[in-house]
Design a protein around this ligand. Sequence first.
Ligand code: C2E
Ligand code: MG
Ligand code: MG
Ligand code: MG
Length: 289
Amino acid sequence: DAKVKGNGSLVVFRPEMDARYVEEQKLRTDLRQALEDRNLHVVYQPMYLPDGSQIECFEALVRWTHPEKGMVGPNIFVPMAEEMGLVSLITKFVIEQACRDCANWAKPVPVSVNLSVHDLQNADIVGFVTETLAKYGLEPSRLHLEVTESCFMNEPVAVSAILNLFRQKGVTIAIDDFGTGFSSLSYLNSLPLDIVKIDRAFVRDIGSDHRRLKLLRGIVNLSRELELKIVVEGVETPEQLEIINRHHIADLVQGYIFSPPVPADAIAGLTPKTHLSNKASGGVRRRAK
Ligand code: C2E
Ligand code: MG
Ligand code: MG
Ligand code: MG
């Protein structure tokens, strides 16, 4: 079965494409239902001081448990919700849940919520956040918002204005996944930011890719000059942590080495992880002898 597209090129429809299409449509229908029912939940990943001694922040990460497929990752269903024009439902759900949970934490550290490009197309979000903080009696300083470079691609001036409204209220703004995509160092200076989250692509081969490490150190030095805090994401091994600590790269470290994202009721059970950074630096001292 073949069809001629408008531009004259031939598109061949194979049965498995139909099957995939049907499955995607079903996933969309199920997602719409899950969003209506607010059938999502939020997990939290700690950001530790680089020596593992303390947790200073938690990132809220959304989860969807599909009735048949089980856990579907946000990398799949968040873009889907964006296409369907429904991502603001996810954002509002996560902000509400994160504020409610955060208000109950024994140690009053902030919670960090991811925004989508669609959330910043008008200033409604500012009102919603303000009301939700008030509802749970949370100081604005307890909320961080994570944006990506793609949020600034259209209407950078309008988006910056919205982020500045947040900052005037005392909400902290982080740029997420920095160093991927079309990152420009001038963004660090021109956008209204407080925190830079270095993408885990920088961490993966930090031990072997020396040019990349130099680039990272350059980004970090510039960020410090601009009084931005640095969070390094995706740290998995003691070796990676040791290099990050040796070069004083991170203000905070978020990664599987310290903890995966955990359910809200597991937060109280998280412990200091100083043994992980001690082991790493101890290993280097031994090697140096
Ligand atoms: P992100 O904001 O960069 O979040 C970090 C992702 O890296 C999370 O994946 C986290 O589980 C994962 N991660 C953390 N430490 C490690 C590590 O050491 N190694 C590896 N390999 N991965 C690590 P997750 O939860 O699957 O989220 C993926 C992306 O989905 C997020 O990337 C974010 O862009 C988006 N997302 C998640 N929750 C939300 C949300 O509530 N709203 C919006 N708009 N997007 C969300
Ligand atoms: Mg994030
Ligand atoms: Mg990230
Ligand atoms: Mg990401």
